[in-house]
Each structure stands twice: as C-alpha cells, then as structure tokens.
Ligand binder design. Structure first.
Ligand SMILES: O=C(O)CCC(=O)C(=O)O
Length: 326
C-alpha cells in the first residue's frame, strides 16, 4: 500500500528548509512529503512578545479549552478553565503520566488583537479555505499550549487538510505515518470532528509514544518518520499522513491548515463523506474545471440549512466556553 501511494518502505527524513519558494514547496512537498521551514516565524510579533507573563497579564481570566491526563492518553478529560488556572496546573505537572494540554480552536479567533500577533506565512497564500462561506470556514488558528510530556492523539486532520504547525516556544517530537497504512493504525470508528461543516474525525487508539503492543500488535508494522521541531520552526504535514506530536518540554504552538490545488479534491471528498453534499449534485463538467472553479462551484451547492447550522455550531461552542464559571 505504501508503494501504491508512491512511498518507499525505506523511509527518508524530514528536511529543514529556508529560502524555500512557494513553487518549490508545491513541487516537492505540498500533499507529498512533510517539511520544516525555519525562516517564517522569526518575523512574527508573537515570536518576540508572547510568553507566559504576557498571557497571564492580558488573558488570565479568559476561559480556555484544555485536556487533563492522569494515566494513559485515551483516558484524557476535556475541561474549560480560566487560563490562569491552566497555567497553575501546567507548572505543577511534569510527570509523564500526568499533564495538561490547552487545545483551543477558538481562543485566537475570540481575541483578534492577539491573533494579529501571528504574522503571515507565504505557504498559506492562495489558501482555498478562503473560498468557503464564512459560516462554514474551518476555524483557522488553534492555540496549543502543553506541559512536558503532553501530546496530541495520533490522528489525521479534519477534512484531510495539510497541517501547518508553528512552534513559538518549546519543542515537539513528531511521529509521522505516510498514507496507505490504515490496517495497522487501529482507527476509532464513527468519530465526528464537530466543526461548523461536519466531517469525520480519524483518531488512532494507539499512543505512538507509549504503545501497548499486546493490545495493538499490528502497529509495529506501520512505517513512520520522526523529527524534532524547535522554537521558530513551522512543520507542514501533507494530507493523508497520520501524525502525533509529543511536547518534549513546555511548548506553545499555533496550528493552521492549507487547502491547495494539490489536496483540494481530498478535502472536498471529506466534505461529501461528512454528509454535507451528495456527490450526485456535482455536474458532469466538474471534472474538467480548474481547482478554484471546482471549489467555488462546490461551495455554491452547499445547502442554506448547512450554512445556518455551521453558524450555530460556532455560537454553541463559544457559549459553552463562556457559560463555565469556575
Ligand atoms: O501540536 C500538537 O499537539 C498536534 C497538532 C497537530 O496535530 C496539527 O497541527 O495538525
């Protein structure tokens, strides 16, 4: 299966690049191979000014969405707490089996002045998510702040988009699994992403950093790459790659997403699978159209009720966060 997708079984590595042009990115990496780019974030105001004191002083009383883990990764509990409480817990937990992880899709969107500290990223130029109606455009800048040992699930991203993750401080150890290995990954069935435009969620039951090999014996057959991403670096992970990040020390990052002419059909496919549009609605000439026209046409066919429920989803999540009084 790896070969079917054009990957060889002897894995290569993840390069760290600077002065990478957009055309070279598209040719070599976009929807093909992960890459780390080292000369984007150092120009961001967030890189110079964000630190723990800054967040506590200006945003300490705001509620954030976080996960607490005591024991194994899949026993984690989602919670809403004021940011100052999160920081207190962060400073207390440094045990490999007890940690907290702020994973908030909406914090930066709720705080546009803070969001403005995140600078531009030319890799996201011409991002086709901008062609989505605002009501159903995926939230586009998730704040991730975790203590040592905290980690994500092993997962593929919503809509099978290209992940773009920028580390502002700390370091992440990544494990990256090329497509075509689902039979080794123990993917949890029937999960939903909960985004404004509903889609499937692809999480693995396996914690790649603490594998229960008796329970998941096939997992050892999955080929993967590993890389450490440090402060000031952006990692780009192509569509179709399962990935998991482990924070080696306290780490803050912002995660974004890319839909480009190289992966737009994969993204649209996920929107169909999410039940938002039946593929019969696409006219026969769809296949002969260019990527931008395809996305525009596709979006124009999304039912009005779906736009409304997208808007309602964002309002509901914001209300849930605001209603928690601790
Ligand atoms: O930083 C993490 O914990 C994981 C983030 C991630 O998977 C992503 O940016 O797609």
């Amino acid at each position: 299966m790896l070969r079917h997708y054009g990957y060889s079984e002897s894995m290569g590595s993840v390069e760290k690049r600077s002065l990478l042009s957009l055309s070279e990115f598209r040719e070599l990496y976009d929807a093909k191979w992960p890459v780390i780019v080292t000369d984007i974030i150092p120009f961001w105001e967030a890189y110079r000014t964000w630190n723990k004191e800054f967040f506590l002083t200006h945003y300490g009383s705001q509620n954030v969405l976080m996960r607490t883990v005591k024991g194994r990764l899949n026993e984690s509990v989602a919670q809403v707490k004021p940011l100052s409480d999160f920081v207190r817990l962060l400073d207390q937990t440094t045990d490999p089996t007890s940690w907290v992880y702020l994973e908030d899709e909406l914090f930066l969107i709720q705080n546009p002045r803070l969001r403005a500290f995140v600078g531009s990223n030319y890799l996201l130029d011409e991002n086709m998510f901008s062609l989505f109606p605002p009501e159903i455009r995926p939230w586009d800048s998730m704040l991730l702040w975790g203590g040592q040992h905290s980690r994500s699930f092993l997962h593929m991203d919503p809509y099978n988009w290209t992940a773009v993750n920028a580390v502002l401080w700390g370091a992440k150890h990544w494990k990256l699994y090329p497509p075509g290995q689902d039979q080794f990954l123990y993917i949890v069935p029937d999960l939903k992403c909960g985004f404004p435009l509903e889609c499937r969620k692809y999480n693995s039951e396996v914690d790649a950093f603490d594998v229960d090999i008796e329970r998941y014996p096939l997992f050892r057959r999955a080929s993967h790459l590993e890389v450490v991403q440090t402060r000031g670096e952006v990692i780009v992970i192509p569509s179709g790659w399962f990935h998991q990040a482990y924070n080696i020390n306290e780490c803050l990052s912002v995660s974004m997403q890319l839909m480009s002419p190289s992966n737009h059909l994969a993204v649209l496919e996920e929107i169909v699978k999410g039940g938002n549009l039946h593929r019969d609605k696409l006219p026969p000439l769809f296949d002969s159209m260019g990527p931008v026209e395809q996305v525009k046409l596709f979006m124009s066919l999304i039912p009005k009720e779906t736009l409304q429920s997208g808007e309602d989803t964002t309002k509901k999540v914001l209300k849930q966060k605001a209603d928690v009084i601790v």
